[in-house]
Design a binder for this molecule. Structure first.
Ligand code: ADP
Length: 503
């Protein structure tokens, strides 16, 4: 299949969270399976692109036909993607992407990514590489299905099927109505059954109506977003498309995140030999000036410090827990200033038990996963989540709210209930709690402490279970292939012999 992916993020070029990782791994896995994969994203900033990495500019400027009266020109750079057969195209247009920031301000971002979308589609048209499927990721790419159903419908790329993947429904891409004029889109899109929303334009709503198929990044999240509690106002639209919506769990990058080979760690380890994990724990305790003690359970957190992640709940209960319980906590994160300050204050109040680093630090994230006995994820909602997968692989048991991908990947600790069960041992890979409240989180941490201190055999068993879980991309990528095929078949069904839309 010829697969065009559109995304604002692609690790390692541009990443703020799981989106960049997911697009990179999916692209590489699909290319490895023999598909022709091209991934388009902006060239953020103006730093030179290293020719030794294979970057070559397209020989001609690419015309971006925003409207019959407005054609702009961008440059497109191409390189093989990290030694795979997939290709990356970076769209250079400094008026929109000259700043190194991936996301800037409202409403500029809507225009920046609208430009990217049209540039990507027009680049395909001008080079004659016509994808069978256009896979648009999250709101920045949400206009692709809309454009392919309207202004580009009668062109060769108008036959392409579209898949829109929701990585996070909270960010929907609200734009002024003028965005329709900017792309010369028809006025009928400005209705409640299309893109209109709260007096403006909602880009993600447009993709939900217009994409051939829809996916999100876990089966539980696919169900949750169809409810008012998690639908962020779009649940009626998602219920309307529910037969075309499925949940495919993200995999994780098992090469970068492998405790047996991880170059960021002071020592490597495996489920069969955990001695290196003890070295990692001691090294982190020393580095962060915590009390160096192999026996105290270490809880890790690596996250964006925003409402979604529920770390305000943790901050509420930590003063009491740290005062009473024999535990240590390490937090690495960046986000809301008030939350950063609260955690820095907690670290100052309990310097031997709580260490906080504000910032984005990939090496430290690896070291925290490796050193921790538990990994805290009290997310209010979590479309998929990668950190719980990393932590299981690194033998840090997730203590997580049973929502979205956390519910689909973490099994709650269940001690053996009968004598017959006892020989098989405890089941589970972590500790789950079922309400996003400070009280439920506190109880879960107390259960984790009981598991660690009072049920050492169960703890060891859960660690083995967790480290044996397979979260590689192979299975998920095969499910995407299936959805692409369904989408292509469905799109063909909607095109008349003359290429017109059957409706
Ligand atoms: P989200 O995409 O909502 O941020 P995920 O768990 O899916 O959450 O992915 C988060 C990714 O970003 C992981 O790879 C995680 O290690 C990384 N990450 C988040 N915050 C930081 C940080 N402060 N420093 C280093 N890595 C981080």
């Amino acid at each position: 299949m010829k697969i065009l992916m559109l995304s604002s993020e692609l690790a390692p070029f541009a990443k703020t969270g799981g989106l960049g990782d997911a697009v990179a791994s999916l692209g590489k896995t699909l290319a490895g399976a023999g598909h022709d994969v091209r991934i388009v994203l902006p060239r953020y900033g103006t730093a030179p692109l290293a020719t030794e990495n294979g970057w070559t500019p397209h020989p001609h400027p690419v015309a971006v036909h925003l409207s019959p009266r407005e054609t702009l020109f961008c440059r497109v750079w191409t390189a093989p993607f990290e030694g795979t057969a997939a290709r990356v195209h970076l769209v250079e247009y400094n008026a929109h992407f000259g700043s190194p920031s991936i996301y800037t301000t409202f409403p500029a971002d809507a225009y920046r990514f609208a430009f990217l979308t049209v540039a990507a589609l027009d680049f395909c048209l001008q080079t004659g590489w016509i994808p069978g499927i256009v896979h648009a990721h999250d709101w920045p790419a949400a206009l692709a299905p809309v454009v392919l159903n309207t202004t580009r419908r009668a062109t060769p790329i108008g036959r392409a099927a579209t898949l829109f993947t929701i990585h996070n429904l909270q960010h929907q891409g609200l734009a002024p109505k003028d965005i329709l004029r900017y792309l010369h889109l028809p006025g009928w899109l400005d209705t409640a059954d299309n893109l209109e929303c709260l007096g403006g334009i909602n880009l993600m709503k447009g993709a939900i109506y217009h994409a051939t198929k829809l996916t999100t990044v876990s089966p539980t999240y696919a169900r949750e977003i169809q409810t008012p509690a998690h639908g962020f106002g779009l649940d009626p639209v998602l219920r309307h498309r529910s037969t075309d919506l499925s949940g495919i769990l993200n995999g994780m990058d098992t090469t970068s995140w492998n405790p047996e080979t991880d170059a960021h760690l002071p020592a490597r380890f495996s489920a069969a030999d955990l001695s290196g994990k003890a070295v990692c724990k001691a090294a982190l305790q020393r580095r962060l000036a915590l009390r160096e003690n192999p026996a105290v359970p270490l809880f890790g957190v690596v996250a964006r410090l925003y409402d979604q992640k529920g770390l305000d709940l943790l901050a509420t209960i930590l003063p009491d827990l740290l005062a009473r319980a024999h535990m240590q906590i390490v937090l690495l994160g960046k986000g809301e200033q008030w939350l950063e300050e609260q955690y820095l204050w907690l670290a100052r109040s309990h310097p031997d038990k709580c260490a906080v680093r504000i910032g984005f630090d990939n090496a430290l994230a690896h070291q925290i996963e490796a050193a921790s006995d538990f990994f805290l994820m009290p997310s209010r909602f979590e479309p998929c989540g990668l950190n719980q997968m990393y932590s299981m692989r690194y033998g840090a048991l997730p203590v997580a709210h049973a929502t979205g991908g956390l519910a689909d990947t973490v099994q709650d600790w269940m001690p053996p209930r009968t004598n017959a069960d006892a020989s098989a041992g405890a089941t589970g890979t972590g500790v789950l709690f079922y309400d996003a409240t400070a009280g439920a989180l506190r109880n879960a941490i107390i259960r984790a402490l009981q598991l660690y201190y009072d049920n050492a055999a169960d703890f060891a068993r859960l660690r083995r279970n967790a480290m044996a879980r397979d979260f590689s991309w192979t299975r998920s990528a095969a499910r995407y292939e299936g959805v692409y095929r369904d989408a292509i078949a469905a799109r063909k069904g909607s095109v008349a012999a003359d290429g017109g839309l059957v409706q």
